[in-house]
Design a protein around this ligand. Sequence first.
Ligand code: NAD
Length: 475
Amino acid sequence: SDAEILQVRKKQTPAQPQSSGTAVETGRQTFKSGHTKPLKFRRHQLEQLWRLLDENVELLSEALYKDLRKSNHETVIGEIIPSKEEINDALKHLDEWAKDEYVKPSLVNQIGTKCLVRKEPKGSTLIISPWNYPLFLTIGPLVGAIAAGCTAVIKPSEVAPHSAKVMSELFLRYLDSRAYIVINGAAHETTKLLEHKWDHIFYTGNGSIAKIIMKAASQHLTSLTLELGGKSPAIIDENTNIKIAAKRIAFGKSFNAGQTCVAPDYLLMTEKVEEKFMPALKEALEGMFGTNPQKSPDYGRVVNHRHYQRLTKVLNENQSGEIVIGGQTDEKDLYIAPTVVSNVDREDKLMEDEIFGPILPVIRVADIDDAIEYINSKDDSLALYVFTSNNKLAKKVLDSTRSGGVVINDTLMHVAEGALPFGGIGPSGMGSYHGKKSFDAFTHERSTMIKNVNPVGEALMAVRYAPYNTTNLRV
Ligand code: NAD
Protein backbone atom coordinates (compact mmCIF):
# COMPACT_ATOMS: atom_id res chain seq x y z
CA SER A 1 0.00 0.00 0.00
CA ASP A 2 1.02 3.65 -0.35
CA ALA A 3 1.33 3.97 3.46
CA GLU A 4 3.73 1.01 3.62
CA ILE A 5 5.84 2.40 0.82
CA LEU A 6 6.02 5.76 2.56
CA GLN A 7 7.15 4.02 5.75
CA VAL A 8 9.89 2.16 3.87
CA ARG A 9 11.01 5.34 2.20
CA LYS A 10 11.24 7.18 5.51
CA LYS A 11 13.48 4.43 6.90
CA GLN A 12 15.87 4.55 3.98
CA THR A 13 18.94 6.65 4.65
CA PRO A 14 19.21 9.26 1.92
CA ALA A 15 21.76 8.16 -0.65
CA GLN A 16 24.53 10.52 -1.70
CA PRO A 17 25.40 11.54 -5.25
CA GLN A 18 28.30 9.55 -6.64
CA SER A 19 31.36 10.34 -8.74
CA SER A 20 31.42 8.94 -12.26
CA GLY A 21 33.95 6.15 -11.51
CA THR A 22 32.06 5.02 -8.40
CA ALA A 23 28.75 5.20 -10.24
CA VAL A 24 30.00 2.92 -13.00
CA GLU A 25 31.38 0.44 -10.46
CA THR A 26 28.22 0.58 -8.29
CA GLY A 27 25.99 -0.07 -11.31
CA ARG A 28 28.15 -2.96 -12.48
CA GLN A 29 28.36 -4.61 -9.04
CA THR A 30 24.64 -4.19 -8.45
CA PHE A 31 23.91 -5.86 -11.75
CA LYS A 32 26.32 -8.71 -11.05
CA SER A 33 24.66 -9.32 -7.68
CA GLY A 34 21.38 -10.09 -9.47
CA HIS A 35 19.59 -7.38 -7.46
CA THR A 36 17.78 -5.84 -10.46
CA LYS A 37 16.64 -9.09 -12.06
CA PRO A 38 13.55 -10.19 -10.08
CA LEU A 39 10.34 -8.97 -11.71
CA LYS A 40 9.10 -7.87 -8.30
CA PHE A 41 12.04 -5.49 -7.98
CA ARG A 42 11.54 -4.13 -11.51
CA ARG A 43 7.83 -3.60 -10.89
CA HIS A 44 8.48 -1.77 -7.65
CA GLN A 45 11.01 0.56 -9.29
CA LEU A 46 8.58 1.30 -12.11
CA GLU A 47 5.88 2.10 -9.57
CA GLN A 48 8.29 4.38 -7.74
CA LEU A 49 9.08 6.17 -10.99
CA TRP A 50 5.36 6.62 -11.57
CA ARG A 51 4.98 8.07 -8.06
CA LEU A 52 7.92 10.38 -8.63
CA LEU A 53 6.07 11.85 -11.60
CA ASP A 54 2.72 11.92 -9.87
CA GLU A 55 3.87 13.59 -6.67
CA ASN A 56 6.19 16.20 -8.16
CA VAL A 57 4.31 17.81 -11.03
CA GLU A 58 4.87 21.31 -9.67
CA LEU A 59 8.58 20.83 -9.05
CA LEU A 60 9.15 19.31 -12.48
CA SER A 61 7.02 21.91 -14.19
CA GLU A 62 8.96 24.70 -12.48
CA ALA A 63 12.29 23.25 -13.65
CA LEU A 64 11.08 22.95 -17.23
CA TYR A 65 9.74 26.49 -17.13
CA LYS A 66 13.16 27.75 -16.00
CA ASP A 67 14.99 25.77 -18.67
CA LEU A 68 12.71 26.28 -21.66
CA ARG A 69 9.89 28.52 -20.51
CA LYS A 70 7.80 25.45 -21.12
CA SER A 71 4.24 26.04 -19.98
CA ASN A 72 2.80 23.76 -17.32
CA HIS A 73 0.36 22.46 -19.94
CA GLU A 74 3.16 21.44 -22.33
CA THR A 75 5.09 19.83 -19.48
CA VAL A 76 2.06 17.79 -18.52
CA ILE A 77 1.03 16.68 -22.02
CA GLY A 78 4.51 16.48 -23.56
CA GLU A 79 6.61 15.13 -20.70
CA ILE A 80 4.68 13.80 -17.70
CA ILE A 81 1.73 12.02 -19.33
CA PRO A 82 3.83 10.25 -22.03
CA SER A 83 6.35 9.17 -19.35
CA LYS A 84 3.54 7.79 -17.18
CA GLU A 85 2.05 6.03 -20.20
CA GLU A 86 5.37 4.29 -20.86
CA ILE A 87 5.47 3.16 -17.23
CA ASN A 88 1.85 1.96 -17.29
CA ASP A 89 2.52 -0.01 -20.44
CA ALA A 90 5.60 -1.68 -18.95
CA LEU A 91 3.78 -2.51 -15.71
CA LYS A 92 0.85 -3.98 -17.62
CA HIS A 93 2.94 -6.16 -19.92
CA LEU A 94 6.09 -6.92 -17.94
CA ASP A 95 5.24 -10.58 -17.23
CA GLU A 96 4.41 -11.22 -20.86
CA TRP A 97 7.52 -9.40 -22.22
CA ALA A 98 9.92 -11.06 -19.79
CA LYS A 99 8.74 -14.64 -20.04
CA ASP A 100 10.67 -17.28 -21.97
CA GLU A 101 9.52 -17.62 -25.56
CA TYR A 102 9.32 -21.24 -26.67
CA VAL A 103 9.88 -21.95 -30.36
CA LYS A 104 9.26 -25.15 -32.30
CA PRO A 105 12.48 -26.96 -33.19
CA SER A 106 13.13 -27.75 -36.83
CA LEU A 107 13.52 -31.27 -38.24
CA VAL A 108 17.21 -31.49 -37.27
CA ASN A 109 16.40 -31.07 -33.57
CA GLN A 110 12.94 -32.58 -33.49
CA ILE A 111 13.63 -35.42 -31.06
CA GLY A 112 14.22 -34.65 -27.41
CA THR A 113 14.86 -30.92 -27.82
CA LYS A 114 13.39 -27.77 -26.30
CA CYS A 115 14.15 -24.41 -27.89
CA LEU A 116 13.47 -21.15 -26.15
CA VAL A 117 14.47 -17.51 -26.11
CA ARG A 118 15.35 -16.22 -22.65
CA LYS A 119 14.84 -12.49 -22.14
CA GLU A 120 17.95 -11.51 -20.22
CA PRO A 121 18.92 -7.98 -19.16
CA LYS A 122 21.86 -6.63 -21.15
CA GLY A 123 23.58 -5.53 -17.94
CA SER A 124 24.97 -2.22 -16.76
CA THR A 125 23.89 0.50 -19.16
CA LEU A 126 24.44 4.18 -19.88
CA ILE A 127 21.62 6.57 -20.83
CA ILE A 128 22.63 9.95 -22.29
CA SER A 129 19.75 12.36 -22.83
CA PRO A 130 19.23 15.79 -24.46
CA TRP A 131 17.66 19.02 -23.26
CA ASN A 132 14.54 19.52 -25.36
CA TYR A 133 12.26 17.08 -23.52
CA PRO A 134 14.64 16.51 -20.63
CA LEU A 135 12.17 14.47 -18.60
CA PHE A 136 10.47 12.26 -21.19
CA LEU A 137 13.72 11.55 -23.04
CA THR A 138 15.38 10.42 -19.81
CA ILE A 139 12.47 8.53 -18.28
CA GLY A 140 11.46 6.82 -21.56
CA PRO A 141 14.75 4.90 -21.94
CA LEU A 142 14.98 4.39 -18.16
CA VAL A 143 11.63 2.58 -18.21
CA GLY A 144 13.14 0.16 -20.74
CA ALA A 145 16.26 -0.35 -18.63
CA ILE A 146 14.27 -1.00 -15.43
CA ALA A 147 11.72 -3.27 -17.14
CA ALA A 148 14.51 -5.32 -18.73
CA GLY A 149 16.31 -5.75 -15.37
CA CYS A 150 19.37 -3.60 -16.18
CA THR A 151 21.14 -1.07 -14.02
CA ALA A 152 21.61 2.40 -15.52
CA VAL A 153 23.86 5.39 -15.15
CA ILE A 154 21.88 8.37 -16.39
CA LYS A 155 23.54 11.47 -17.88
CA PRO A 156 20.96 14.25 -18.36
CA SER A 157 21.76 17.24 -20.55
CA GLU A 158 23.67 20.14 -19.01
CA VAL A 159 21.77 22.42 -21.42
CA ALA A 160 18.63 21.99 -19.25
CA PRO A 161 20.33 22.37 -15.84
CA HIS A 162 17.20 22.83 -13.71
CA SER A 163 15.61 19.67 -15.04
CA ALA A 164 18.90 17.78 -14.60
CA LYS A 165 19.14 18.90 -10.97
CA VAL A 166 15.55 18.04 -10.12
CA MET A 167 15.86 14.63 -11.76
CA SER A 168 19.02 13.75 -9.87
CA GLU A 169 17.41 14.74 -6.55
CA LEU A 170 14.17 12.91 -7.22
CA PHE A 171 15.80 9.76 -8.60
CA LEU A 172 17.85 9.56 -5.39
CA ARG A 173 14.69 9.86 -3.32
CA TYR A 174 12.46 7.48 -5.24
CA LEU A 175 14.65 4.88 -6.95
CA ASP A 176 17.17 2.34 -5.75
CA SER A 177 20.37 4.37 -5.78
CA ARG A 178 22.56 1.28 -6.18
CA ALA A 179 20.92 0.56 -9.51
CA TYR A 180 19.95 3.92 -11.06
CA ILE A 181 22.49 6.66 -10.70
CA VAL A 182 22.45 10.16 -12.17
CA ILE A 183 25.75 11.75 -13.17
CA ASN A 184 25.49 15.39 -14.14
CA GLY A 185 27.90 17.19 -16.39
CA ALA A 186 28.73 18.15 -19.96
CA ALA A 187 31.15 16.89 -22.63
CA HIS A 188 34.03 16.32 -20.19
CA GLU A 189 31.98 14.17 -17.79
CA THR A 190 30.32 12.27 -20.63
CA THR A 191 33.71 11.56 -22.20
CA LYS A 192 34.85 10.11 -18.87
CA LEU A 193 31.76 7.92 -18.66
CA LEU A 194 32.28 6.74 -22.22
CA GLU A 195 35.74 5.40 -21.39
CA HIS A 196 34.16 2.63 -19.36
CA LYS A 197 32.87 -0.66 -20.63
CA TRP A 198 29.06 -0.68 -20.85
CA ASP A 199 26.69 -3.44 -21.82
CA HIS A 200 24.49 -1.00 -23.74
CA ILE A 201 24.50 2.73 -24.46
CA PHE A 202 21.26 4.59 -25.19
CA TYR A 203 21.96 8.04 -26.62
CA THR A 204 19.47 10.71 -27.69
CA GLY A 205 20.81 13.87 -29.31
CA ASN A 206 22.43 15.20 -32.45
CA GLY A 207 24.24 13.15 -35.07
CA SER A 208 27.69 14.72 -34.62
CA ILE A 209 27.93 13.64 -30.99
CA ALA A 210 26.44 10.29 -31.95
CA LYS A 211 29.63 9.65 -33.93
CA ILE A 212 31.70 10.26 -30.78
CA ILE A 213 29.43 7.89 -28.84
CA MET A 214 29.70 5.24 -31.52
CA LYS A 215 33.48 5.50 -31.63
CA ALA A 216 33.69 5.11 -27.85
CA ALA A 217 31.29 2.15 -27.94
CA SER A 218 33.38 0.50 -30.65
CA GLN A 219 36.32 0.25 -28.24
CA HIS A 220 34.35 -2.28 -26.19
CA LEU A 221 32.02 -3.52 -28.93
CA THR A 222 29.10 -2.17 -26.92
CA SER A 223 25.62 -2.26 -28.45
CA LEU A 224 23.93 1.07 -29.08
CA THR A 225 20.59 2.73 -29.51
CA LEU A 226 20.94 6.10 -31.21
CA GLU A 227 17.92 8.41 -31.24
CA LEU A 228 18.90 11.31 -33.50
CA GLY A 229 17.22 13.99 -35.60
CA GLY A 230 17.15 15.36 -39.13
CA LYS A 231 15.09 17.50 -41.46
CA SER A 232 11.58 16.03 -41.30
CA PRO A 233 9.52 17.17 -44.31
CA ALA A 234 5.77 17.79 -44.48
CA ILE A 235 3.95 17.55 -47.79
CA ILE A 236 0.69 19.48 -48.14
CA ASP A 237 -1.40 18.08 -50.98
CA GLU A 238 -4.24 20.04 -52.57
CA ASN A 239 -6.70 17.30 -51.56
CA THR A 240 -6.74 17.96 -47.87
CA ASN A 241 -8.68 19.89 -45.27
CA ILE A 242 -6.45 22.96 -45.40
CA LYS A 243 -7.72 24.41 -42.12
CA ILE A 244 -7.04 21.25 -40.12
CA ALA A 245 -3.71 20.65 -41.87
CA ALA A 246 -2.62 24.21 -40.99
CA LYS A 247 -3.61 23.74 -37.34
CA ARG A 248 -1.70 20.48 -37.05
CA ILE A 249 1.39 21.95 -38.71
CA ALA A 250 1.16 25.00 -36.41
CA PHE A 251 0.99 22.66 -33.40
CA GLY A 252 3.91 20.47 -34.55
CA LYS A 253 6.16 23.45 -35.25
CA SER A 254 5.33 25.63 -32.24
CA PHE A 255 5.20 22.94 -29.51
CA ASN A 256 8.32 23.55 -27.37
CA ALA A 257 9.10 26.47 -29.75
CA GLY A 258 9.95 24.05 -32.55
CA GLN A 259 12.66 22.33 -30.49
CA THR A 260 11.28 18.88 -31.15
CA CYS A 261 13.18 16.13 -32.93
CA VAL A 262 10.11 15.27 -35.03
CA ALA A 263 8.90 18.83 -35.64
CA PRO A 264 8.08 19.45 -39.31
CA ASP A 265 11.36 20.98 -40.47
CA TYR A 266 10.10 22.28 -43.83
CA LEU A 267 6.96 22.24 -45.97
CA LEU A 268 6.56 21.09 -49.55
CA MET A 269 3.60 22.28 -51.61
CA THR A 270 2.64 23.82 -54.93
CA GLU A 271 2.22 27.59 -55.27
CA LYS A 272 -1.51 27.05 -55.73
CA VAL A 273 -1.82 25.17 -52.42
CA GLU A 274 0.33 27.77 -50.69
CA GLU A 275 -2.12 30.53 -51.60
CA LYS A 276 -4.80 28.83 -49.50
CA PHE A 277 -2.52 27.27 -46.89
CA MET A 278 -0.61 30.37 -45.76
CA PRO A 279 -3.62 32.41 -44.54
CA ALA A 280 -4.88 29.27 -42.76
CA LEU A 281 -1.50 28.77 -41.06
CA LYS A 282 -1.43 32.43 -39.97
CA GLU A 283 -4.92 32.08 -38.57
CA ALA A 284 -4.01 28.86 -36.76
CA LEU A 285 -0.94 30.44 -35.13
CA GLU A 286 -2.86 33.56 -34.13
CA GLY A 287 -5.59 31.37 -32.73
CA MET A 288 -3.02 29.65 -30.55
CA PHE A 289 -0.77 32.52 -29.45
CA GLY A 290 -2.54 35.76 -30.45
CA THR A 291 -1.01 38.43 -32.68
CA ASN A 292 2.02 38.79 -30.38
CA PRO A 293 3.21 35.31 -29.31
CA GLN A 294 5.87 36.90 -27.06
CA LYS A 295 3.04 37.83 -24.72
CA SER A 296 1.44 34.40 -24.77
CA PRO A 297 2.01 32.27 -21.65
CA ASP A 298 1.75 29.21 -23.87
CA TYR A 299 4.66 29.89 -26.21
CA GLY A 300 8.13 28.64 -25.18
CA ARG A 301 11.58 30.12 -25.67
CA VAL A 302 14.80 29.07 -27.36
CA VAL A 303 16.83 27.13 -24.81
CA ASN A 304 19.92 29.40 -24.64
CA HIS A 305 21.96 32.13 -26.36
CA ARG A 306 24.03 29.66 -28.38
CA HIS A 307 20.91 28.20 -29.98
CA TYR A 308 19.35 31.67 -30.35
CA GLN A 309 22.47 32.83 -32.25
CA ARG A 310 22.44 29.71 -34.40
CA LEU A 311 18.79 30.20 -35.34
CA THR A 312 18.90 33.95 -36.00
CA LYS A 313 22.11 33.49 -38.04
CA VAL A 314 20.49 30.93 -40.29
CA LEU A 315 17.45 33.18 -40.68
CA ASN A 316 19.60 36.21 -41.52
CA GLU A 317 21.91 34.30 -43.85
CA ASN A 318 18.94 32.98 -45.73
CA GLN A 319 19.34 34.44 -49.21
CA SER A 320 16.05 33.50 -50.75
CA GLY A 321 12.38 33.45 -49.82
CA GLU A 322 10.23 35.91 -47.98
CA ILE A 323 9.15 35.96 -44.36
CA VAL A 324 5.38 35.73 -44.59
CA ILE A 325 4.59 35.02 -40.92
CA GLY A 326 6.48 36.16 -37.81
CA GLY A 327 10.18 37.04 -38.08
CA GLN A 328 10.33 39.02 -34.81
CA THR A 329 13.19 38.20 -32.45
CA ASP A 330 14.31 39.42 -29.01
CA GLU A 331 17.66 38.21 -27.74
CA LYS A 332 17.16 39.30 -24.11
CA ASP A 333 14.08 37.12 -23.94
CA LEU A 334 15.48 34.34 -26.18
CA TYR A 335 12.33 34.86 -28.21
CA ILE A 336 11.84 33.94 -31.83
CA ALA A 337 8.29 34.26 -33.13
CA PRO A 338 6.79 31.36 -35.05
CA THR A 339 8.29 32.25 -38.42
CA VAL A 340 7.40 31.03 -41.88
CA VAL A 341 9.65 31.71 -44.87
CA SER A 342 7.95 31.21 -48.20
CA ASN A 343 9.48 30.25 -51.57
CA VAL A 344 12.85 29.24 -50.15
CA ASP A 345 15.53 28.14 -52.56
CA ARG A 346 16.31 24.42 -52.41
CA GLU A 347 20.01 25.08 -51.84
CA ASP A 348 19.49 27.80 -49.22
CA LYS A 349 21.14 27.84 -45.76
CA LEU A 350 17.76 27.07 -44.18
CA MET A 351 17.74 23.79 -46.06
CA GLU A 352 21.16 22.56 -44.88
CA ASP A 353 20.84 21.44 -41.25
CA GLU A 354 17.94 20.49 -39.00
CA ILE A 355 16.38 23.81 -37.89
CA PHE A 356 15.34 22.75 -34.38
CA GLY A 357 13.53 26.00 -33.62
CA PRO A 358 10.39 27.92 -34.65
CA ILE A 359 11.42 28.69 -38.24
CA LEU A 360 9.55 26.97 -41.05
CA PRO A 361 10.78 27.21 -44.66
CA VAL A 362 8.44 26.41 -47.54
CA ILE A 363 9.76 24.80 -50.70
CA ARG A 364 7.55 25.19 -53.73
CA VAL A 365 7.19 22.04 -55.80
CA ALA A 366 5.72 21.38 -59.23
CA ASP A 367 3.91 18.20 -58.18
CA ILE A 368 4.16 15.17 -55.91
CA ASP A 369 6.99 13.60 -57.97
CA ASP A 370 9.01 16.76 -57.52
CA ALA A 371 8.38 16.66 -53.76
CA ILE A 372 9.43 13.00 -53.56
CA GLU A 373 12.56 13.65 -55.59
CA TYR A 374 13.57 16.49 -53.29
CA ILE A 375 12.97 14.43 -50.14
CA ASN A 376 15.06 11.62 -51.61
CA SER A 377 17.91 14.00 -52.42
CA LYS A 378 18.34 14.59 -48.68
CA ASP A 379 19.29 12.36 -45.71
CA ASP A 380 16.63 9.98 -44.42
CA SER A 381 14.67 11.96 -41.83
CA LEU A 382 13.31 10.96 -38.42
CA ALA A 383 9.71 11.75 -39.41
CA LEU A 384 7.78 12.42 -42.60
CA TYR A 385 4.34 14.00 -42.77
CA VAL A 386 1.83 13.93 -45.60
CA PHE A 387 -1.44 15.83 -45.52
CA THR A 388 -3.78 14.37 -48.09
CA SER A 389 -7.14 12.67 -48.42
CA ASN A 390 -5.90 10.93 -51.56
CA ASN A 391 -4.95 7.42 -50.43
CA LYS A 392 -3.14 6.66 -53.67
CA LEU A 393 -0.92 9.68 -53.22
CA ALA A 394 -0.21 8.76 -49.61
CA LYS A 395 0.75 5.23 -50.67
CA LYS A 396 2.97 6.59 -53.43
CA VAL A 397 4.87 8.71 -50.89
CA LEU A 398 5.14 5.76 -48.49
CA ASP A 399 6.41 3.46 -51.24
CA SER A 400 8.97 5.83 -52.68
CA THR A 401 10.57 7.53 -49.65
CA ARG A 402 12.30 6.47 -46.42
CA SER A 403 12.15 7.89 -42.89
CA GLY A 404 12.22 6.75 -39.26
CA GLY A 405 8.44 7.14 -38.95
CA VAL A 406 5.62 8.62 -40.97
CA VAL A 407 2.28 10.19 -40.16
CA ILE A 408 -0.49 10.80 -42.66
CA ASN A 409 -2.59 13.88 -41.79
CA ASP A 410 -0.99 14.88 -38.49
CA THR A 411 2.30 15.76 -36.81
CA LEU A 412 4.08 14.49 -33.67
CA MET A 413 1.26 12.20 -32.52
CA HIS A 414 3.11 8.97 -33.36
CA VAL A 415 5.58 9.72 -30.56
CA ALA A 416 2.78 9.23 -28.04
CA GLU A 417 1.81 5.84 -29.47
CA GLY A 418 3.52 3.15 -27.38
CA ALA A 419 2.41 0.42 -29.76
CA LEU A 420 4.59 1.90 -32.53
CA PRO A 421 8.40 1.60 -32.42
CA PHE A 422 10.01 5.04 -32.32
CA GLY A 423 13.39 5.50 -33.98
CA GLY A 424 15.29 6.69 -37.00
CA ILE A 425 16.98 5.21 -40.04
CA GLY A 426 20.54 5.96 -41.17
CA PRO A 427 21.53 9.48 -40.05
CA SER A 428 18.28 9.88 -38.06
CA GLY A 429 19.09 6.97 -35.76
CA MET A 430 19.66 3.33 -35.06
CA GLY A 431 17.33 1.03 -33.12
CA SER A 432 13.99 2.01 -31.63
CA TYR A 433 12.06 2.22 -28.37
CA HIS A 434 8.67 2.96 -26.72
CA GLY A 435 6.40 0.24 -25.37
CA LYS A 436 7.79 -3.26 -25.78
CA LYS A 437 10.60 -1.93 -27.97
CA SER A 438 12.04 -0.14 -24.93
CA PHE A 439 12.17 -3.45 -23.09
CA ASP A 440 13.75 -5.07 -26.17
CA ALA A 441 16.40 -2.36 -26.48
CA PHE A 442 17.81 -3.32 -23.07
CA THR A 443 17.27 -7.06 -23.43
CA HIS A 444 19.51 -9.78 -24.78
CA GLU A 445 17.54 -12.53 -26.50
CA ARG A 446 19.50 -15.53 -25.35
CA SER A 447 18.93 -18.56 -27.56
CA THR A 448 18.64 -21.61 -25.40
CA MET A 449 18.51 -25.22 -26.50
CA ILE A 450 17.88 -28.01 -24.01
CA LYS A 451 18.57 -31.55 -25.23
CA ASN A 452 17.85 -34.81 -23.53
CA VAL A 453 20.20 -37.78 -23.88
CA ASN A 454 17.62 -40.20 -25.14
CA PRO A 455 19.31 -43.10 -27.07
CA VAL A 456 16.58 -43.00 -29.77
CA GLY A 457 17.37 -39.38 -30.59
CA GLU A 458 21.06 -40.19 -30.50
CA ALA A 459 20.64 -42.99 -33.05
CA LEU A 460 18.58 -40.75 -35.36
CA MET A 461 21.29 -38.10 -35.36
CA ALA A 462 24.20 -40.55 -35.75
CA VAL A 463 24.72 -39.24 -39.28
CA ARG A 464 26.70 -36.29 -37.87
CA TYR A 465 29.47 -38.50 -36.44
CA ALA A 466 32.50 -39.60 -38.46
CA PRO A 467 33.41 -41.89 -40.04
CA TYR A 468 30.93 -40.58 -42.63
CA ASN A 469 28.95 -42.94 -44.78
CA THR A 470 28.11 -40.85 -47.84
CA THR A 471 25.94 -43.56 -49.40
CA ASN A 472 23.27 -42.86 -46.72
CA LEU A 473 23.29 -39.11 -47.26
CA ARG A 474 20.15 -37.61 -48.83
CA VAL A 475 20.19 -33.98 -49.90
P1 NAD B 1 22.54 18.05 -26.04
O1 NAD B 1 23.37 19.23 -26.40
O2 NAD B 1 21.85 18.03 -24.73
O3 NAD B 1 23.45 16.75 -26.22
C1 NAD B 1 22.96 15.46 -25.98
C2 NAD B 1 23.82 14.78 -24.92
O4 NAD B 1 25.14 14.61 -25.40
C3 NAD B 1 23.92 15.58 -23.63
O5 NAD B 1 23.68 14.74 -22.52
C4 NAD B 1 25.34 16.11 -23.66
O6 NAD B 1 25.90 16.29 -22.38
C5 NAD B 1 26.08 15.03 -24.41
N1 NAD B 1 27.30 15.56 -25.03
C6 NAD B 1 27.54 16.83 -25.44
N2 NAD B 1 28.78 16.92 -25.96
C7 NAD B 1 29.34 15.70 -25.88
C8 NAD B 1 30.62 15.14 -26.24
N3 NAD B 1 31.53 15.88 -26.83
N4 NAD B 1 30.83 13.84 -26.00
C9 NAD B 1 29.88 13.08 -25.42
N5 NAD B 1 28.65 13.55 -25.07
C10 NAD B 1 28.39 14.83 -25.29
O7 NAD B 1 21.37 17.84 -27.09
P2 NAD B 1 21.40 18.09 -28.66
O8 NAD B 1 22.33 17.16 -29.32
O9 NAD B 1 21.46 19.53 -28.96
O10 NAD B 1 19.88 17.61 -28.93
C11 NAD B 1 19.21 18.02 -30.05
C12 NAD B 1 19.32 16.97 -31.15
O11 NAD B 1 18.79 15.75 -30.65
C13 NAD B 1 18.51 17.31 -32.37
O12 NAD B 1 19.23 16.91 -33.49
C14 NAD B 1 17.27 16.46 -32.20
O13 NAD B 1 16.64 16.15 -33.40
C15 NAD B 1 17.82 15.25 -31.53
N6 NAD B 1 16.78 14.59 -30.74
C16 NAD B 1 16.38 13.36 -31.08
C17 NAD B 1 15.38 12.75 -30.39
C18 NAD B 1 14.90 11.38 -30.73
O14 NAD B 1 14.18 10.82 -29.93
N7 NAD B 1 15.27 10.81 -31.86
C19 NAD B 1 14.78 13.41 -29.32
C20 NAD B 1 15.24 14.68 -29.00
C21 NAD B 1 16.24 15.27 -29.69
